[in-house]
Design a protein around this ligand. Structure first.
Ligand SMILES: [Zn+2]
Length: 418
């Protein structure tokens, strides 16, 4: 019988921190405007590094494919050949919202609970970010105010690597087969497009891509991206009266119709939104990408229908112009498929409780590679990593919560082998 762990010893905590500090310094920012996979070359650097480290840990089945997906299989303990295979997944890229180049992480031991000046312009202040107040005396990792930190999702990567190191160094603990999936380009929304599903053996998987401990995310948005294209009618603007259809003005009119009360900045919890994320154009042609998010698929249909009404309204305002909408589904709410496999969350809940905490269920206002993997048939909820303020210069991470994530993963693997 395996004994559960609720304490990660100091050498592992130190190794976890060192891994994290090393990984965040590799610039793996992805780029949603590039069509190749991976979208940026820096992701190869981290993938090759992880491939090497896994081999050094003694994992023999490691494969980095031609699209930068790193897949590793860890065989079961001798007595556990029939135990189910469990997957652990994290993404290697960082968001494009803020620079991820030249990340200079700063480690603050025994955090005193006061505001931390990151740079001339940026301060990490508990008055603004109340979670900091819960971390007095913890070790926290912050930025120098010029880049993001990259805890999203290198905290997840470092935690999985540390849990694997732990299993490789504790062969007496019996576990079933473990799959590791490190993926590129999650932040572009296309991270799973080339996922080598045929190589995945897991019957259930867990992404380490959440935030605060001990949160578990088993429900996410339905997500669609709508490209709205505006075809104007151009004529010399000195002789344009009654003839010109200005594509720039058409795009502006369309964006103005999106309800501001249903924007990301006006909603939280279970409310969905419309968000124009980019716009570009000239007199002749303009376009905008609008992200639609909703937990309910019916409401998602209604949002798409609303955009069609807005497009018609723009055409009515600009009789010479045309509007074209192209709808792309990005990912779907994973709740339904997870409900069909209750043991996946039940075992995760038990793993967290073993560490001494009660799991907190929270909806994800976004998606993860796990929501896509769930659609592909492998139920994959999302687990906390101990990172905060993702996609920003004030991003920070808690070492105690990162350690807790490692303990949770170790317990989870042990529970699945019972
Ligand atoms: Zn992430």
């Amino acid at each position: 019988m395996n004994k559960a762990i609720n304490f990660l010893s100091k050498p592992y905590v130190e190794a976890l921190l060192n891994r994290f500090l090393t990984y965040v310094k590799v610039d793996t920012q992805s780029n949603r405007h590039i069509e190749t996979t991976p979208t940026t070359a820096g992701q190869w650097d981290l993938a090759r590094k992880l491939e090497r480290e896994l081999r050094e840990l003694g994992v023999s089945s490691v494969e980095l494919d031609d699209k930068c997906y790193l897949i590793a299989h860890i065989p079961p303990s001798p007595g556990k050949k029939n135990a189910p295979c469990i997957g652990l997944m994290a993404h290697m890229d960082t968001a494009s919202d803020v620079s991820g180049s030249g990340v200079q992480p700063r480690v603050i031991e025994h955090y005193d609970g006061k505001a931390v000046r990151l740079s001339e312009q940026y301060v990490l202040d508990p008055a603004e970010f109340s979670d900091l107040a819960d971390h007095v005396d913890d070790t926290i990792i912050v930025t120098d105010g010029s880049t993001l930190l990259g805890a999203d999702d290198k905290a997840g990567v470092a935690e999985i690597m540390t849990a694997i190191a732990w299993f490789m160094e504790h062969p007496e603990l019996e576990h079933g087969p473990i799959d590791i999936y490190f993926t590129p380009d999650e932040e572009t929304g296309k991270g799973m497009d080339n996922f080598p599903l045929q190589k995945a053996k897991a019957i259930a998987c867990y992404t380490l891509d959440g935030g605060k401990a001990p949160e578990v995310e088993a429900e996410c948005f339905n997500a669609s991206s709508v490209k709205a294209e505006f075809f104007g009618k151009v004529i010399h603007i000195g002789a344009a009266r009654g003839k010109l259809a200005n594509a720039v003005a058409m795009a502006a009119s369309f964006i103005e119709m999106l309800p501001r009360s249903e924007s990301p900045e006006a909603t939280d919890g279970w409310y969905g939104y419309y968000c124009p994320i980019e716009v570009s154009g000239n007199l002749d042609y303009a376009w905008t990408d609008v992200y639609l998010r909703d937990f309910s698929s019916t409401r998602m249909e209604e949002r798409i229908a609303a955009l069609k009404v807005f497009a018609n309204a723009v055409e009515a305002q600009f009789p010479q112009g045309k509007v074209k909408l192209t709808v792309t589904t990005q990912y779907l709410n994973m709740k339904q498929k997870l409900d069909a496999h209750p043991e996946v969350l039940e075992k995760l809940g038990r793993a967290i409780k073993t560490t001494g905490y009660e799991p907190v269920m929270k909806p994800i206002r976004g998606g993860t590679d796990g929501s896509r993997l769930t659609e592909m048939g492998i139920p994959t909820p999302n687990l906390f990593t101990g990172g905060y303020n993702y996609h920003s210069r004030t991003e920070w991470a808690s070492l105690s919560e990162m350690s807790l994530a490692v303990e949770t993963v170790i317990n989870l693997v042990l529970i699945w082998a019972e």
